[in-house]
Design a protein around this ligand. Sequence first.
Ligand SMILES: [Fe+2]
Length: 361
Amino acid sequence: MHSKKSILSIFMAMALMFLAACGGGNNASTGTESKTNTEEETKEAGVVNLYTSRHYETDDALFAKFTEETGIEVNVVKGEEDELMERLTREGEATEADLFYTADAGRLHWAKEKQLLQSVESETLSKNIPENYRDVDNEWFGITKRARVIVYAKDRVKPEDLSTYEALTEPQWKDKVLIRSSDNIYNQSLLASFISLHGEDEAKNWAQGIVNNMARDPEGGDRDQAKAVVAGEGDVAVMNTYYYGQLLNSEDPEEVKVAEQLGVFFPNQETDGTHVNVSGVGVTKHAKNKENAIKFIEFLSSEEAQGEFSEANYEFPVNPAVEPSELLASWGEFKAQDINMSELGKYNADALKMMNEVGWK
Ligand SMILES: [Fe+2]
């Protein structure tokens, strides 16, 4: 049985080679031959291997579109960001990964520090991605922006009651604030941004103040904080904008109801701006398919892909030529923190230490 199978596959391989040879001199005169040519093209276009910690359906659809347009096949390995970075370190030169894609600028900065990435020259990327959303040495590129906002129970809180992240530490919000745990990278980066902007003392006071005002011990993800506000456990929650979009457009009517009872507030508009983070991607240091990897990043920064991120995953485009989707635009323009994204990585360890010290679970 086994040997019959291998004889058969040798025969089939020979037949394919014969067909391909014929196809070369006689372009696409029949359906079969044109199919063979397309397969040949795909083979020539090659592959690109991606390690990603992003977990959104829109990404899979976009990868398929990239393959359709370029013939380059995308092989995806999904995992937790730290796990993937450890894997890249462990694999060293032998790694198959050409790209590392993750949802936090802090982690991208770490990947650079750990020398897991390499610098890339691309006019397209320099044009499509503003300077403050990419690494100074072009070792990683921001692809989408997400704002970490305050959502509030519309029946209990007026937008006039809200102003800044700092104001959430005031006595008025005692036992009213919902926010997820300190092992979450989004909160670590939020606190890192405060260390960068205001120094350690002020940042630590803020973290302490938030712990004092928490409605409960942190549990669940961003969407769970929103649900807890609607359930009356607290009045306000800190969450990323795209999670609100996901709730509002959910197939689960209960989730839609949750979103409808919440308002979205962009804090710190009169001061230093709302905290913004990026999802981004870099070419790995030992990429075997560097050209394809660059083409892949260029595709993600294109108007086509940027529009998709905004429409289907409720993320803000980094490409200034692309307008945010209707939902995102309906929240109005907002001022974002003016800090280089690398700062989030630089102060990550300090932020985490601080959170432990103030008892942020
Ligand atoms: Fe997320």
